[in-house]
Design a protein around this ligand. Structure first.
Ligand SMILES: *Cc1c(COP(=O)(O)O)cnc(C)c1O
Length: 429
């Protein structure tokens, strides 16, 4: 399978180049050159397949022969070694829990698959593959955990001093081995600028075999298509789900659109955002006007210029009407989100995190007009990752912290202190 740039369909590269380079030189995003629906033989028994079995068929259909079937099966099985259950919280209302991976957010799906794919693609290369990544929260933890002990790779993570929560910091700084954490005396924007400066140095990049684990990498998107199949198969036969996606950079929604292109029957998509509502505004009036992001309590969705918009446009042939026929956009502020966290707990007993709560609000609005539709809301992270907000709404001690997060508190932090000068990274390469 070849991949083209959304800015130039004639610019084609193979899978290895698209993954290791991450971004085309023309600043577009890579897309598979064709997406063919899964064959009849797949649809005969897809409802009986496990998450990983579905994942294998989906990845194979997208990647063709880019990875041999046996190897691909192994990569899928090792990456997705945790469940993604669907929980029914009210009539016709279901939550798809994507936080059962090692770092308690859906980013484990993408990061774990990408780590193994990168390791496979660079097997036999002379140089170690060095992943350089800046983080403000969930991404760094997922990437560190995913690449830990993966042969032929090492990770250098930059994070802003005092800019991540205590447990998030521990997720970055306690693994050791092939994971190095750099605590930068600066902001997240400084960290990103430092990474970028090093990527622009072509010589350095090639000498050290540098790559990025940025969320726009196509290898992070593919495994996110798996769970849409696994959730949809659990509905009564003949029922087509309305998927509600709490969105920031719109990777999840784009992965869902890939699943739909592979033939998965979907009734409708709802893009749910906080007040960073660039896409809901675009869907309303056809004008794409990105804005600087505003901080909210659903901070993983504080994105003003969603990076996957280029892929969404590409999938709809840049046709706004077609996109809004398939996707509705709804935005909610923090007060509404806080109220939803309390109300869902009261009415259903279910604890939903601030991102999932934005999704629940959108599902409620959909049900007002279509009460019998089956909505499936993506719960993108475990509530314990947002402890202060959750305890403000539900009370101290109301949130159980899973052992794999709680145990980090006792481990010693190991991080190198550096200034915000991009040159400082070189000594760690
Ligand atoms: C990254 C993230 C999101 C946003 O997902 P996108 O694919 O970028 O739209 C939502 N919720 C949580 C908890 C996240 O970590």
């Amino acid at each position: 399978m070849q991949f083209y740039s959304t800015n130039n369909k004639d610019l084609r590269v193979d899978f290895k180049e698209s993954v290791i380079r991450s971004l085309p030189a023309d600043n577009g995003l890579y897309m598979p050159e064709s997406i063919t629906p899964l064959p009849d033989s797949f649809w005969e028994n897809w409802r009986d397949m496990s998450l990983t079995e579905l994942g294998f068929h989906v990845a194979k259909q997208i990647l063709g022969d880019s990875i041999p079937a046996d190897k691909l099966r192994e990569i899928v099985n090792e990456s997705i070694n945790f469940d993604a259950p669907v929980v029914t919280i009210a009539p016709h209302t279901h939550v798809l829990e994507l936080f059962h991976g090692p770092t308690l957010a859906f980013k484990d799906f993408g990061a774990r698959f990408m780590a193994r794919v990168m390791s496979y693609l660079t097997e036999g290369d002379d140089n170690l593959l060095t992943v350089l990544v800046a983080t403000s929260g969930d991404t760094g933890g997922a990437v560190a955990s995913a690449f830990h002990n993966i042969e032929g790779t090492r990770v250098i993570i930059l994070y802003p001093k005092g800019g991540v929560s205590e447990l998030q910091e521990k997720q970055l700084t306690t693994l050791g081995g092939n994971i190095t954490a750099l605590e930068v005396d600066g902001s997240f924007d400084d960290c990103q600028a430092m990474v970028k400066a090093n990527f622009l140095d072509r010589e350095l990049m090639e000498k050290h075999n540098l790559t990025s684990a940025n969320s726009i990498n196509i290898a992070r998107l593919i495994p996110q298509a798996f769970y849409f199949f696994n959730a949809a198969r659990q509905l009564e036969e003949g029922k087509e789900p309305v998927f509600v996606i709490p969105s920031g950079n719109f990777g999840n929604l784009t992965a869902g659109l890939l699943a739909q292109s592979l033939g998965l029957p979907i009734r409708h998509w709802i893009a749910a955002t906080n007040i960073n509502d660039t896409i809901p505004r675009y869907l309303a009036d056809g004008n794409y006007e990105p804005l600087p992001s505003t901080p909210t309590i659903s901070n993983a969705m504080d994105v003003g210029a969603p990076s996957n918009f280029a892929r969404m446009k590409d999938l709809f042939g840049d046709n706004w009407e077609a996109m809004r026929e398939n996707i509705s956009g709804l935005a909610f502020d923090d007060d509404e989100t806080r109220e939803a966290i309390r109300r869902v707990k009261e009415q259903t007993g279910y604890t939903v995190d601030p991102h999932g709560a934005v999704g629940i609000l959108a599902a409620e609005i959909w049900h007002q007009a279509s009460p019998d539709d089956e909505t499936i809301i993506l719960e993108t992270a475990h509530p314990s990752k947002f402890l202060p907000t959750m305890e403000e709404e539900l009370g101290k001690g109301s949130i159980e912290i899973p052992e794999r997060l709680a145990c980090l508190a006792k481990l010693p932090k190991v991080a190198h202190q550096i200034s915000n000068d991009p040159k400082e990274i070189k000594q760690f390469l």
